[in-house]
Structures are given as structure tokens and as C-alpha cells.
Design a protein around this ligand. Structure first.
Ligand code: DUC
Ligand code: ZN
Ligand code: ZN
Length: 490
């Protein structure tokens, strides 16, 4: 916690708001011993003997990292069929802050038949005055009408909503191939980035019907209804669309080898295909859906976790740069809840279990412990994957995602020696379980600052709801088409 500087006899050379002293400062490229001076919510100096400040934090023995940017999480997203997400912007961002994350990018989701502008306005009302960390919005485009494509989407992109997700599956969200091509074309014209959920919907429906006909409806069959092949096919199709339109895309939540192979293939052809993975594909397997009774529902997410061999393939991609970003895909549904994993109070067949698992607060400690501590990635790679790259990809850099003069003072001070056994009782989300219960990690973010203010310290909130501000996103430089041609094969 900041310490008040009470030495009134000292004539300040420079009076900053806050000095963070004696820490090891880590960015995506460098690791240096230096102090950080903060004024007006921004980093104003880096160096030694910087002068004095109204408050100080002694970071001796600690790492000072840019706060995490969680570029894929779901908070208070309107849900169909009486379901409800457990986390709103307050509980979700408190959880994020306690896990070292200082910016979140959840989704303003268009319902079919709804105007995109109305979806954005509604989502602002949900966020307003509640967040403790800063936030931007992705859009979810589920109904690309002429008005959406010609008017709403271009005008929203120009107002700072520069990325949007499209789904190849889920009846209430999915687009057909032609619709996806239309959305990609708008992205190319405007310089926006499309995130694609790549799973083949018809194959899932067909497999689900067959499993149900054989009374195979327990949670574990969710993974069998969504095998790697259907993710591979959809990933390849998405890459093909990217080629036709000549626009970069991001494949979200990549789960294993066959999708990775498609992405490597596209990169080898010189394409700009970005890829994201999530903790569930490194730390869970399909066997976690096969727990006694109905408890496997806690790990139902899509794509499903695979097996140990696939985890290793994902680790390789994390280490060798295949993955640009590492996000939580936090989708918070309570287990023991009629609006959550037991819809209407029932243990339902897997097709009705809401997809998603919580992970905002555990994303960084899990990757830090096993990735950095386990010698799989460097500290600088950790920062790149979890903060700098998502900030760059979504047009928030250099304000977010780095430690540099002029950047927002969004910082996470880590104790690299702190050993923690993850217990849901200690987490701050509103979900009644964590899939990582009992997992031991080494390294934990002990203090989190957003624009120079300590928002979380030792698992306790220090800021009030409303400290978090909305961030309009610039057009992402990284997502510019590789070649500005007349447009793919057109
Ligand atoms: N899959 C998604 O596509 N979104 C939310 C959670 C999930 O499991
Ligand atoms: Zn998805
Ligand atoms: Zn998601």
C-alpha cells in the first residue's frame, strides 16, 4: 500500500503523486531495475533518484508489470432462455483487479433483430458507474442486415468499437458463410478486426442428436459432440474467408493441435491470421467434464478442453509466438443456480448447459506460475501475451499494455515467491466455483493500480465502483491487411 510522505522539512525537487521504488520493471521487451514516477494517472518518469512524491510504494523484491489486458471476457451479457451471467461490471472488474488485470474488453452483443447501436447503448448502461478497471467493448454481430453493414457498423467503428466477434455456431448468434464474408468486407474497408468463433454448427447439431438418441446426455458428452475435427474445419474455413476478402482475422479460443496446424499453415502462406488461447486449454482436459454426478457441467465451455497431448501443443504455440494473445474467455455461470449450469433448477442434457467457465482472476497467476515459473516462457513473453499484445491488437497501445512515459499508470506489482492454493472462497467473482480449485501456483499480483490509483491490494478492494473508464479503441495497426491490394480474389 502507498505510504504517506510526511517529511515536511524536505523541499521537494519534484512532487509526484506516487513513486514506486526499488521494483524490477518488466515490459514485453525489457527487464530493468528502476523507479516509476506517476502524476495525473500517468507514468511521467522512469529512473533513479527521481525526487519525492506524496505517496510511495516500496516494491523491493517485487516485479512491476503492466496491468493485464483481458481482451476476451463476458460480463453481464444479456442471455436467452432465463439464463444470467453471475458477474456484472462491478464484481467482474473487482475480480479482474485482484488478479492483476487493469483493462477488460467484454462484448456488446447484438440480439437477432436488434439494432447494433441499441446493443451498444444497452451495454453502456450496464457498465456505467460500476467498473473498477478500465474497459473497452468488442461488438458481437449476430444480425448483419443491410443497415448494420452499411451504416451502423462503419459508424460504430469510427466511434471506437473497432473489433467484433462473429460466431460459426450457437443458434442465437451464428452467421452463415456469406454473412461472415459480408462482415469481413466491412472490416477490411474500415480497418477493423474480426474475431471468429470457429466450430462447425451443423456437425455439432448432428453429433448432439445422435448422442441424445443413445441417451448420452451427461456433461462429458459435450466434449464428444465438439471434437477437434469440427474446430479444424471451421478454422480452415475462416482462414479461407480471410484470404478471399484479404483481411486479417483473429481465431479466438484455440483448443488444440488440429486448429493450430491450420493456423501454422496459413502463416506459412504469409497470411495475417492472429490466434488466441485461454487457460482452459492449458490447465483442463475433457476428463474434467467427467466428474461424479453432474459436476462436469462446471467445465462445459466451447471449444471444450482436449487432452494432455493437446495441452502441450498449445504450450508450444504460447512459447513460439503462434498465439498473439492469452485471454480468459471468462463466461460466468453459477453451478448451483437455475439461471446458471442447472437451468430451471434441473440437471439438464449437455446441450442445454450454458457454455463458459470463470477465469478473470486466475488467468494471470496460472500462466505466470506454470509458464514463467515452469520455464516455458520468459517474463517478457508473459507481459506480451497478457498485456502488450492485446493492447496493440485492439488499438489501446501505448496508453495501455506497457510501462512507458506517457502511458496510463496501470500496473500490477507481483510477488514472484508468493505461493497460493487457488480456492473459490478467496476469489472475487460472483461464481460459486472455480475449475482450478486446489491448484497450487507460485507468483501472485499483490497490488494493482489503475491510472495511478491502487484498486486492489492483498485481495482487498481499494477503489469504488465507477473508477473504471470506458476506452474507445483506435483502429488496430497490427490488423492492417498485409498487402493493400484491390481486395483478395476480387
Ligand atoms: N464459449 C464461447 O464461445 N463463449 C463463451 C464461453 C464459451 O464457452
Ligand atoms: Zn466463442
Ligand atoms: Zn467468449
Amino acid at each position: 500500500m502507498p505510504r504517506q510522505n510526511n517529511n515536511r522539512n524536505e523541499i521537494p525537487v519534484k512532487q509526484f503523486d506516487l513513486l514506486i521504488r526499488n521494483g524490477t520493471v518488466v515490459t514485453a521487451s525489457d527487464t530493468v531495475q528502476c523507479d516509476i514516477a506517476i502524476a495525473g494517472g500517468r507514468i511521467v518518469q522512469l529512473g533513479h533518484d527521481l525526487g519525492s512524491a506524496r505517496e510511495e510504494i516500496d516494491a523491493s523484491g517485487k516485479l512491476v508489470l503492466p496491468g493485464g489486458v483481458d481482451a476476451h471476457c463476458h460480463l453481464d451479457q444479456p442471455m436467452p432462455d432465463g439464463l444470467k451471467m453471475a458477474d456484472d461490471f462491478e464484481s467482474g472488474t473487482i475480480s479482474a483487479a485482484c488478479g492483476g488485470t487493469t483493462t477488460v474488453i467484454p462484448f456488446a452483443a447484438q440480439e437477432k433483430g436488434q439494432s447494433l447501436r441499441a446493443a451498444v447503448a444497452d451495454y453502456h448502461r450496464r457498465a456505467e458507474g460500476r467498473a473498477v478497471v478500465d474497459y473497452a467493448f468488442h461488438l458481437i454481430v449476430s444480425d448483419p442486415t443491410e443497415t448494420v453493414l452499411r451504416d451502423e457498423l462503419p459508424s460504430l467503428i469510427r466511434k471506437g468499437y473497432t473489433s467484433f466477434k462473429v460466431y460459426m455456431t450457437y443458434d442465437d448468434l451464428k452467421l452463415n458463410d456469406r454473412e461472415i464474408l459480408d462482415v469481413l468486407t466491412v472490416a477490411r474497408q474500415e480497418g477493423a478486426l474480426v474475431m471468429i468463433h470457429a466450430e462447425n454448427s451443423d456437425c455439432i447439431a448432428w453429433l448432439t442428436d445422435r448422442l441424445e438418441a443413445e441417451q448420452k446426455t451427461a456433461p462429458r458428452f459435450h466434449a464428444i459432440a465438439r471434437p477437434m475435427a469440427i474446430e479444424r474445419e471451421a478454422t480452415h474455413r475462416a482462414i479461407t474467408f480471410s484470404e478471399l476478402v484479404d483481411v486479417p482475422i483473429l481465431i479466438v479460443h484455440v483448443s488444440g493441435r488440429e486448429a493450430v496446424e491450420q493456423i501454422r499453415w496459413s502463416r506459412a502462406r504469409g497470411m495475417k491470421i492472429f490466434a488466441e488461447t485461454c487457460p482452459q486449454y492449458l490447465f483442463l482436459t475433457a476428463s474434467d467434464l467427467d466428474q461424479p454426478g453432474y459436476h462436469g457441467a462446471k467445465c462445459v465451455c466451447s471449444p471444450p478442453p482436449r487432452d494432455r497431448a493437446n495441452q502441450e501443443v498449445i504450450w508450444d504455440g504460447v512459447a513460439d509466438g503462434l498465439f498473439t494473445i492469452f485471454s480468459s474467455d471468462h463466461a460466468p455461470f453459477r453451478y448451483d443456480d437455475p439461471q446458471g449450469k442447472q437451468p430451471g433448477g434441473q440437471e439438464v442434457p449437455f446441450r442445454y448447459i450454458p457454455n463458459g467457465i470463470p477465469g478473470l482472476e486466475t488467468r494471470l497467476p496460472l500462466l505466470f506460475s506454470e509458464g514463467v515459473g515452469g520455464g516455458r516462457i520468459s517474463l517478457n513473453q508473459f507481459v506480451a501475451l497478457t498485456s502488450t499484445n492485446p493492447a496493440k491488437l485492439y488499438g489501446l497501445h501505448p496508453r495501455k499494455g506497457t510501462i512507458a512515459i506517457g502511458a496510463d499508470a496501470d500496473l500490477a506489482i507481483w510477488d514472484p515467491q508468493r505461493e497460493v492454493v487457488i480456492r473459490n472462497a478467496d476469489l472475487h467473482h460472483a461464481v460459486d466455483y472455480t475449475p482450478y480449485e486446489g491448484t497450487r501456483v507460485k507468483g501472485w499480483p499483490v497490488t494493482t493500480l489503475v491510472r495511478g490509483k491502487v484498486v486492489a491490494h492483498e485481495g482487498r478492494m481499494q477503489a469504488t465502483a465507477g473508477h473504471g473508464e470506458f476506452l474507445p479503441c483506435a483502429l488496430p495497426e497490427m490488423a492492417k491487411p498485409r498487402y493493400r491490394t484491390s481486395g483478395g480474389s476480387l
